[in-house]
Design a protein around this ligand. Structure first.
Ligand code: TYD
Length: 224
């Protein structure tokens, strides 16, 4: 008979949303809070997270807007994602580590499926062929007005990626797409108002995590 694993598996939490919504800062804050509660965590990102997936990241984020067709872009994202899941995410979860990823598959559905116009059906078909049922336990969607988000991106003063330089219309489609996905997957996706203050957003995220995992209530700090 197979030996039952003694250590419980980790949880997989993803952060999603458009550009300039503050996901990266908030992902770090959540990992710190989880670690403070004695939960071993791993912070990662997409596209990227492993050596091979980071090489693919450079291919998809650099260059002109029309460097790749929508389908090529999607396949590159999924090539990166599979490497990430197989080599980093699943082994960490097996060890009992909680994994927080700055973006995952909902980004492919929103960006390539809706904003780039490939269609949700094609993205979902590739997703199920490649991911084989694997997915996040909890997703935090950062919702923000694209005009406000663009101002944040500009004040960061970083080099713009192929996606940052898209029009406000593109980012509006993206926002609606993410909200539709959140509506369809309301059991998994918790939407936060990303226009709120840094501490306000963090508090909402701790609330979402403790709703999902009541065993963490009172341990995560903050006023959640
Ligand atoms: P990044 O600089 O990490 O953006 P952000 O800080 O907003 O997360 O760049 C990632 C870009 O890749 C972002 O514009 C969204 C895009 N992307 C897709 O188009 N499809 C995907 O599946 C993923 C994971 C990201």
């Amino acid at each position: 008979m197979a030996q039952e694993s003694i250590k419980p598996k980790g949880k997989f939490i993803t952060f999603e949303g458009g550009e300039g919504a503050g996901k990266t800062t908030q992902a770090k804050l959540l990992c710190d809070a989880l670690q403070g509660a004695g939960v071993e965590t791993l912070l990662t990102r997409e596209p990227g997270g492993t050596f091979g997936a980071e090489a693919i990241r450079d291919l998809v984020l650099e260059g002109t807007k029309d460097r790749w067709s929508g389908m090529t872009e999607l396949l590159l994202m999924y090539a990166a994602r599979l490497d990430h899941v197989e080599k980093l995410i699943k082994p960490a979860l097996e060890r009992g580590v909680w994994v927080v990823s700055d973006r995952f598959a909902d980004s492919s559905l929103a960006y390539q499926g809706y904003a780039r116009g490939l269609g949700a059906d094609k993205v979902k078909a590739v997703h199920s062929a490649v991911m084989d049922g694997f997915g996040p336990d909890l997703t935090i969607l950062f919702d923000i007005d694209p005009i406000l988000a663009q101002k944040r991106v500009e004040t960061r003063g970083e080099e713009l990626s192929r996606f940052d330089s898209e029009s406000i219309a593109f980012h509006n489609v993206l926002r609606d797409a993410f909200l539709e996905i959140a509506n369809d997957e309301s059991h998994r996706i918790f939407t936060v108002d990303a226009a709120a203050s840094r501490d306000g957003v963090h508090t909402r995220i701790l609330y979402a995590v403790t709703q999902k995992y009541p065993e963490l209530a009172g341990k995560l700090g903050g006023s959640a």
